[in-house]
Ligand binder design. Structure first.
Ligand code: HEM
Length: 439
């Protein structure tokens, strides 16, 4: 019988619940430093393990992916919004969805979207006034929401965008709140928070259902949704039903906007704090693009820009925790992982592991120049559940960073404190107050 993994001492009744709720990044980072690459925690009645070595991570996410499924508390919380979908399903239900959706995210297909993405970015930047402080974190949420709305749903969302954006934001915040509760209030109890959740969900669902009906009536529409409608399973010939389309569309809205917004916001925050790195990216953007709109061929030349985004996602990965549940008893690195317990892979902690990163806490984009990202780097996850939107996200992030730096130098507002806030994604605790200055 393998041993229990070591871990920090916790409260007799609640285990590490308090620290999980109040300083989860500090708890995980300190535990990995003090107890090694596999650490056991108790969160109320639940047992969870932090797994913090590329070999163990690959065991969980890749080699034994069938033993570690997504029937976790975080998935259950998200499924309250998007039901069973690519993000939340497991087993054959997930496999058939992935087969149907994957072609819509093919690189050649995405190339087609670069122009729409640039239009959305330009529309937002046209509202920026040089010298006037704004919250760049919320600006980035606005841009990425507009992009995902336009590309996934087609142009029709523009009238609904502000309302849908804040409803989706509240839905995500509610989900994170529930994840932190060991015994969440049952969904059917009419508490103010449950009622607000139901109202927001119904409102977003109505917009999505309307857009699906419009697509059904007009076959000429060109969007990710229209591709999903046309998709047929190569093995069974089956197509998505309307309900499934609603769930998948909602999933793309949820998974596809806050993540990229967080990646680019952190990139701007770190560049503003590191003038040498900022000068390198700005010089590259000027020499590759000058003042013109980026063409697809330009993007491969934006190597310093790409390295800066990768390095920002190393230090502040938007998805800071990936959770799985052990279906059977297993053993990792000589320690027992009992059936029913959960496993957390934290890109935030692994990306700072001193054995795999030189000067791990230093922002140094050049470490990604011309090299393949190492196995201890997984901002988009790993294995079969690898992010389906990673090419989409990298295309979008490079366009945003390049387009902003073509026009502006961003300066942090005096006294603004840059600090992380782990929510469903890794946000900026105080937003990102910056003043754009025209070049
Ligand atoms: C910088 C931006 C992004 C980051 C850091 C990110 C990160 C991730 C990670 C870590 C996973 C794996 C989760 C797990 O294994 O449990 C994932 C899955 C997923 N992502 Fe992303 N993502 C980003 C952008 C996007 C975009 C733009 C879309 C869609 C338009 C998207 C859609 C999805 C979906 C649908 C899944 C589930 C895939 C599956 O389970 O088969 N993501 N993402």
């Amino acid at each position: 019988m393998p041993d229990r993994a070591p871990g920090p001492p916790g409260d007799r009744w609640f285990g590490h619940l308090r620290a999980f709720r109040h300083d989860v990044l500090g708890l995980l980072t300190g535990a990995a430093r003090d107890h090694g690459d596999i650490v056991r925690f108790r969160v109320g009645p639940l047992v969870t393990h932090l797994v913090n070595h590329p070999e163990h991570v690959s065991h969980v996410l890749q080699a034994r992916a069938r033993v570690y499924d997504k029937q976790t508390r975080s998935t259950a919380a998200i499924a309250a919004i998007c039901a069973e979908s690519l993000l939340t399903a497991t087993g054959p239900a997930w496999e058939s969805r992935r087969r149907l959706i994957q072609p819509s995210f093919h690189r050649a297909r995405l190339a087609h979207l670069a122009g729409t993405m640039t239009d959305c970015i330009d529309a937002r930047l046209a509202r920026w006034r040089p010298g006037t402080v704004l919250d760049v974190a919320s600006e980035m949420m606005g841009v990425t929401f507009a992009i995902v709305g336009r590309t996934v749903l087609g142009a029709d969302v523009s009238g609904d965008a502000p309302a849908v954006e804040s409803e989706v934001g509240r839905l995500l915040a509610h989900v994170f709140e529930r994840w932190g509760q060991p015994l969440p209030v049952p969904r059917w109890l009419p508490t103010p928070s449950n009622r607000r959740f139901a109202r927001d969900l119904a409102a977003v669902d109505r917009v999505v259902a309307r857009i699906i009906a419009e697509h059904r009536a007009d076959a000429s529409r060109d969007s990710l949704l229209s591709m999903l409608m046309a998709a047929r399973d190569a093995e069974t010939g089956a197509a998505f039903t309307d309900a499934e389309l609603r769930h998948e569309t909602l999933t793309m809205l949820l998974a596809g906007h806050e993540t990229t917004a967080s990646a680019v916001a952190w990139t701007f925050a770190l560049l503003a704090q590191h003038p040498d790195a900022e000068a390198r990216v700005s010089a590259e953007v000027r020499s590759v693009l000058g003042g013109r709109r980026p063409a697809l061929d330009d993007l491969v030349k934006l190597t310093a820009t790409t390295s800066a985004i990768q390095e920002a996602m190393r230090l502040y990965p938007p998805i800071w925790a990936i959770e799985r549940r052990a279906v059977h008893d297993d053993e990792i690195g000589g320690f027992a992982i009992p059936a029913g317990s959960s496993v957390i892979v934290s890109p935030f902690v692994l990306h700072r592991h001193p054995a795999f990163w030189r000067e791990a806490d230093r922002f140094d984009p050049a470490r990604f120049d011309g090299v393949k990202a190492p196995p201890a780097y997984l901002p988009f996850g790993a294995g079969p559940r690898y992010c389906i939107g990673h090419e989409f996200a990298m295309l979008e992030a490079r366009l945003i960073v390049a387009r902003v730096l073509q026009r502006f130098r961003l300066e942090l507002a005096p006294g603004h404190v840059v600090a992380p806030l782990p929510s469903l994604t890794l946000r900026l605790r105080h937003g990102l107050r910056m003043a754009p200055h025209a070049h």
